[in-house]
Design a protein around this ligand. Structure first.
Ligand code: DSN
Length: 429
């Protein structure tokens, strides 16, 4: 970062400090990862200099020869990896991708059906505080209280009752595999368009380790930066019959010029994902999540749905007498980063809920395996015990978190992640 450090040392110092944080902490936020040096180089390239509203061969500005080649290469790679008939790689992220699908497939005021945020769905699947819940008549389904699994009978009942134009499946905080065939059948029975949002697990789908909804449902959306390990962005895959509606909705319906540097980074990530190395990575993501779930369960933690079948787990902290927020903040002080999260049927409010969400994509990229999951589970237990210890005051607790954070740093120093240039002490890797 020599030029940056000369031109703007203030910004340079912030990036350097964030680099240190990403190195020295155990990052368990289920939606985060570390991209490769190659993805960073493409994303940080001069393609950021170019405007290209429109699509290959039909742009609104001249000078598009290389951009057209880049976007088409990226689209071809998505098609090859996911078996999609039509692909749009221009959405700026997952939320605009979902919004574009709504623009393409429904009119404001139409009914949509999606999974409740409180049960693991996403804001953009019809939550009342999001535009998807403001512009559309939204109905929400959830999970069964006894199993923690999606209540497909409820989905069917709500679909027949409200005749939605769109049904969303997919999630941000559901530790199980979604039955896409069942959603497709429900959609057919009420002539609804079924949309699968695979943002969280698209990398697992690409690796062939998670059912692929692309041949099963009408439209599939995804972010590109979670398990898929690309730059921050979004994409839409659909049947040919929906191609022009989707493309028109993205541009000019919702967005202006695509972020060509991000398209390039995504193309690189897709090439990386189409490899034996990536498939082994995705396998380890699942194995690590299973190992972490098992180690936490053995220590008496309560997991939503009793475990995990994907890259994430939801831990209910209420049996330990803690809120999810208390636990997430205490873990951060101990060098372990996650987010507080509602658990299904949570009696607590969304901004101070009962649970934490943990995911293994980022730690697996830096090389952690089952033995590191065991260490993480032990630290999580120690942190919960320290936080719940009424005999300790705040300073005593802080001191004990600092001791764990030092052990976390020592572990992390042995697992340098791609793209990070500085170790926890600020020295170059
Ligand atoms: N913010 C993402 C997540 O953490 O799941 C979803 O948009």
């Amino acid at each position: 970062m020599a030029d940056l450090m000369t031109t703007d040392p203030e910004v340079g110092a912030i990036i350097r400090a964030e680099n240190r944080r990403q190195h020295r902490k155990i990052r368990l936020i289920a939606s985060e990862n570390y991209v490769s040096e190659a993805v960073l180089e493409a994303t940080g390239s001069i393609l950021t200099n170019k405007y290209s509203e429109g699509y290959a061969g039909a742009r609104c500005y001249e000078g598009q020869r290389e951009i057209d080649r880049m976007e088409q290469l990226c689209i071809q790679r998505v098609k090859a990896l996911f078996g999609a008939e039509h692909v749009n790689v221009q959405p700026y992220s997952g939320s605009p991708a979902n919004q574009a699908v709504m623009i393409a497939m429904a009119k404001p005021g139409d009914c949509i059906l999606g999974m409740s945020l409180a049960h693991g769905g996403h804001l953009t699947h019809g939550a009342p505080v999001s535009i998807s819940g403001m512009l559309y008549r939204s109905h929400q389904y959830g999970v069964c209280r006894d199993t923690g699994l999606i209540d497909y009978d409820q989905v069917e009942k709500l679909a027949h009752e409200h005749q939605p134009r769109l049904i969303f499946c997919g999630h941000s905080a559901y530790p199980r595999i979604v039955d896409f065939e069942r959603f497709a059948a429900i959609g057919r029975s009420v002539q609804a368009v079924v949309v699968a949002d695979i943002a969280h697990f698209s990398g697992l789908v690409a690796a062939g380790l998670h059912p692929n909804p692309v041949p099963v449902v009408d439209v599939v959306t995804s972010t590109t930066h979670k398990t898929l390990r690309g730059p921050r962005g979004g994409m839409i895959m659909c049947r040919q019959e929906h191609a022009s509606a989707i493309d028109r909705a993205v541009f000019p319906g919702l967005q202006g010029g695509p972020h060509n540097h991000v398209t390039a980074g995504l193309a690189v990530a897709l090439k990386e994902a189409d490899s034996a190395e990536f498939r082994a990575y995705a396998r380890q993501v699942l194995d690590n999540a299973a190992a972490l779930a098992e180690a936490l369960t053995r220590r008496g933690f309560r997991l939503s749905s009793g475990g995990t079948e994907n890259h994430l787990l939801l831990v209910d902290m209420s049996p330990r007498g803690l809120s999810g927020k208390q636990m997430a903040k205490s873990l951060d002080a101990a060098g372990i980063v996650c987010n507080f999260n509602s658990v299904p049927f949570d009696p607590r409010p969304p901004l101070n809920p009962s649970g934490i969400r943990l995911g293994t994509p980022a730690v697996t990229t830096r090389g952690f395996r089952e033995s590191e999951m065991e260490k993480i589970a032990a630290w999580i237990e120690q942190v919960a015990d320290i936080r719940a210890d009424q005999s300790a005051d705040r300073d005593q607790r802080r001191e004990r978190y600092r001791e764990i954070a030092a052990a976390v740093r020592a572990l992390c120093d042995g697992f340098p992640a791609p793209g990070l240039r500085y170790r926890s002490n600020g020295k170059p890797v």
